[in-house]
Ligand binder design. Sequence first.
Ligand code: SAH
Length: 349
Amino acid sequence: MTDVSFTPEFWHAGVDTEVLRHLLLTDDTALVDRLRSAAREVAVARFGRRVFVRGLVEISNVCRNDCFYCGIRRSNTHVERYTLSADQVLAACARGYELGFRTFVLQGGEWGAERDKWIADTVAQIRNRYPDCAITLSLGEHSREAYAAFRQAGADRYLLRHETRNPDHYRSLHPDSLSLDHRLQCLCWLKELGYQVGTGMMVGSPGQTVDHLVEDLLFLRDFQPHMVGIGPFVPHHDTPLAGSPAGSVDLTTRIYAIVRLMLPDALIPSTTALATISPNGRLQGLLAGTNVVMPNLSPTDRRDQYALYDGKANSGAEAAEGIAALKAELDTIGYTIDWSRGDYQSSKL
Ligand code: SAH
């Protein structure tokens, strides 16, 4: 019998591989309910019944990489490629600002170094126009110098999921040109450069085992990211992993709860992928201790082209213009939107 407790002391000192395996595998639904409510209580004590919002601008679906799971991988010739101009990015931010957003997340496929300057210049323009807003980048792997230039230009935060902490599993999801070591190197550079750093993984990606997820969780505990992005794998029909089953709401929300208990201060989104696989996914995520949602601010005529996986939600409460729908949804669980920048703050003295 594995002993599990939900006190802060236990989660500070007592969590080991066996406890994590047990919580991921158990079919004791009462225990899983306790896990999720303990995590929710930690989030509510720390942040209130409030959810930070981040406006997501998908700046380009052009990508040099060929990740086996991703719909905008280089070798998917069925994608109509687009890249927003700096003016279009600024227009998306302007719309977001008017709606009340104070964090803009620029996400896209990974480009080569020839576009580093464009990224830095665009960040500088946003920084100049919105000194009161946080700028988050999610643009993949770059040189340390490029990350430094983006930071210098005014970027505050960077999201770079490690995807899986197991080297063999990483190799099974990516072409040989990508390596887990380099991904982890990038994460260290980002921390050194003073970014608030987000990392995380997909749940239920093909070949993933419970032991891989335990490795992911122990990595998160050791790396202490400021933000943690986790969502279920969802297949895309034009990728080598088409036809694989999607991850589940049950396992994804167990993992949200575990991460919240391990990292009480972390900013953890209830992700679009979770909202995509289930109509009440977003709320289930919040009820398991997450505290961020990232509505889509991309130009509406581009959203379908940024298809990382099939069925990706981008309207209603997932869309920036759907704030009323999001508010109504949050209202059903007694939560409200927190419009502040919502920077990471450590509660440790
Ligand atoms: N190019 C950037 C941004 C990637 S898109 C980068 O490399 O970080 C953001 C995230 O979407 C990825 O990190 C991945 O975890 C997730 N993603 C991609 N394809 C997916 C799929 N088929 N199902 C679920 N999540 C996916």
